[in-house]
Design a protein around this ligand. Structure first.
Ligand code: PGA
Length: 261
């Protein structure tokens, strides 16, 4: 079976609960979602309850995601949020390993692996983000870097939980206002490497793990990434922060995938 198409945005440290709820409501009213397409929004923790109110009971038309989770079920971890707390809010997905978490909060691959196992073990979908820094790229170790992040991050994921995993390849140098957009030629070999890395880890079921691209994606370049055979969707920041931008970027990405098939 063909892999699904995924598209979503991370609001990062932006938006009040009321703003996130209004965004979700307007987005849900603006899009028709074909079969095998999954859309998602990842607001800050403080917006999750308000968005869930709008989204109603699961299954949600548009997945609601969290930006992080702790690996322990409970305990003395001030400022952290557990998997159970997210499940109590009917969260569909958790983002792990975003470049900003790795860079500013020093999250390691080993810690991320603990988080991945805790999340999928409790039934949450995971979007595991990975990508090389400009420095690693300069040294010519993009492939090695991403494979290490993949192999440690997904270490010991049980086969029955594989369908909960999706990967976002986001070269760190391409993310955010200061980023340089990558070209499809940059992305193609790394996406292929991630695909074969998943197959090495998990056999045939591993090759079905969706791989999203992220980093300075907008409507003008979205379709160039999704036309790549190993890219199954897009994970955007800024371009998805207005409903109009979200819909335009999703549609451009989806058109790029449809035309390439
Ligand atoms: P950007 O962010 O689309 O604004 O570059 C991407 C990300 O941080 O995932």
């Amino acid at each position: 079976m063909a892999r699904p198409f995924l598209f979503g945005t991370n609001f990062k440290m932006n938006q009040t609960p009321a703003e996130s709820a209004a965004f979700y409501r307007q987005l849900a009213a603006s899009v028709e979602i074909p079969p095998h397409v999954y859309l998602f929004v990842i607001p800050p923790f403080t917006s999750l309850a308000a968005v869930r109110e709008v989204a109603g009971p699961q299954p949600h038309q548009i997945w609601v995601g969290a930006q992080n989770v702790h690996w322990a079920p409970d305990g003395a971890y001030t400022g952290e949020i557990s998997v159970g707390m997210l499940l109590a809010l009917d969260v569909d997905l958790v983002l792990l390993g975003h470049a900003e978490r790795r860079r500013y909060f020093h999250e390691t691959d080993v810690e991320l692996n603990r988080k991945v196992l805790a999340a999928v073990g409790a039934g949450l979908r995971v979007l595991l983000a990975m990508g090389e820094t400009a420095e690693e790229r300069g040294f010519g170790v993009s492939g090695e870097t991403v494979l290490r992040q993949l192999r440690i991050g997904l270490h010991d994921v049980p086969p029955e939980h594989l369908e909960k995993i999706q990967i976002a390849y986001e070269p760190v140098w391409s993310i955010g206002a200061g980023g340089t957009p990558a070209s499809p030629e940059d992305v193609e070999p790394i996406a292929r490497l991630i695909r074969s890395g998943c197959q090495d880890l998990f056999g045939d079921p591993g090759s079905k793990i969706p791989i999203l691209y992220g980093g300075s994606v907008d409507p003008s370049n979205a379709g160039t990434f999704t036309a790549l055979p190993d890219i199954d969707g897009l994970f955007v920041g800024r371009a998805g922060w207005t409903v109009e931008g979200f819909v335009a970027t999703y549609q451009a990405g989806y058109a790029g995938k449809s035309e390439s098939q």
